[in-house]
Design a protein around this ligand. Structure first.
Ligand SMILES: *Cc1c(COP(=O)(O)O)cnc(C)c1O
Length: 359
């Protein structure tokens, strides 16, 4: 049976990327060696790292003065690495859920944290940015609750921020739409949602923002260690970096971020319209503008709540994988990352419609 992978992370990758990765594990570019056993210092790997960085720059239209790093530690290490490098006294955070909260917790060890706004089921508009903070941090997509900063709310934020540095955790919506990178000093994320298997973290960093804090930074936690060594100061996670490069090639070959943006919109419209008009289900995020296109959360209406197990079984039998909601939200969550195609979302919509006919 065909499986439709709606897992929240690690998550779906393009089939051809998985096949090409598997081929490289057996025989890396016809060298008679596995990707798993080549030296990252040998001639083989440098072009991979270079191409991955170049494709990120090209696809996201990253201006001069930025570097793209591929390092270890996950987005979770960035929660601490960021204040280590950028926070002298004070930073501002918008708290839109679990991941923002974790980022805030780490930042508190370095100075004063101002929580500008807090909301797990909408994206705030009512906030004032203190102009004396070292940076402002947002989480563009709230993977667990299913909210996302819309382009127009981002535009508003860009206008409001003045000269304050902007930093974003884009773990779960990087490369899903065009983004004005020039507005940010740092963009980071775990790659295991839209880019690669777990094990690599991308960091887009404006070089100018580094080197301004007075504290001593441990070598591995200093962004400059990685910018100065092209992500090769220590052994990089070669397999996930290779897969990231392949995913970026796949994206470029299909039409880049403009293409995926339109496809992601079509997928989200299809599924939200199904659950908005459903007899049994309803979306958990009511504010249409704030709905995530990547993580679509829905629950059974109160009078049908006892159908949870039955629907879960019904959908599983039709190949739907990973649709259980996060335990904090309950219900269902269909993660529709870049690699999920329209047919996959249509299969889920058909499943919902079939189930409705039974009730
Ligand atoms: C998944 C996720 C993280 C955690 O990433 P790790 O690489 O596991 O540390 C952080 N932020 C967001 C928004 C996420 O979706």
């Amino acid at each position: 049976m065909k499986k439709y992978n709606f897992n929240a992370g690690p998550s779906i990758l393009p089939q051809e990327v998985i096949k090409q990765t598997a081929e490289a594990v057996i025989d890396f570019q016809g060298e008679g060696l596995s990707l798993l056993e080549i030296s990252h210092r040998a001639k083989y790997f440098q072009p991979v790292m270079d191409e991955a960085e170049a494709l990120m720059k090209e696809l996201l239209n990253i201006p001069e003065g930025y570097r793209v790093l591929f390092i270890g530690g996950g987005a979770s290490l960035q929660f601490c690495m960021l204040p280590y490098n950028l926070m002298e006294n004070k930073a501002a955070y918008v708290n839109t859920g679990v991941w923002s909260k974790k980022a805030i917790k780490e930042a508190k060890a370095f100075g004063e944290v101002v929580e500008l706004a807090t909301s797990t089921n909408s994206i705030p508009t009512d906030y004032t940015i203190p102009q004396d903070c070292d940076y402002l941090h947002i989480t563009t997509n709230n993977t667990i609750f299913g909210t996302e900063w819309s382009n127009s709310k981002l535009e508003e934020l860009y206008k409001k921020k003045g000269t304050v540095r902007l930093v974003a955790d884009m773990s779960s919506d990087i490369l899903s739409r065009p983004i004005d990178v020039s507005q940010y000093d740092i963009i980071y994320g775990g790659a295991q949602k839209n880019l690669a298997p777990a094990g690599v973290t991308f960091v887009i960093v404006k070089e100018e923002c580094l080197g301004h804090v007075s504290r001593h930074i441990p070598t591995m936690l200093d962004y400059r260690t990685h910018t100065e060594n092209g992500s090769m100061f220590n052994t990089p996670p070669v397999l996930p970096v290779y897969t990231a490069m392949l995913t970026l090639r796949w994206l470029k070959a299909n039409g880049g971020v403009q293409w995926i943006d339109a496809r992601n919109k079509a997928k989200a419209d299809l599924l939200y319209s199904c659950i908005d008009n459903s007899k049994l289900f309803m979306p958990t995020i009511t504010e249409v503008e704030d709905r995530s296109r990547m993580n679509i959360c829905f629950v059974l209406k109160p009078q049908y709540e006892d159908l949870f197990d039955e629907f879960f079984k019904f959908a599983s039998a039709r190949g739907m994988v990973g649709i259980k909601g996060h335990r904090l939200v309950g219900g269902f969550r269909a993660s529709c990352y870049n690699a999920m195609d329209i047919e996959g979302v249509q299969a889920l919509v058909d499943t919902i419609h079939e189930f409705e006919k039974l009730h």
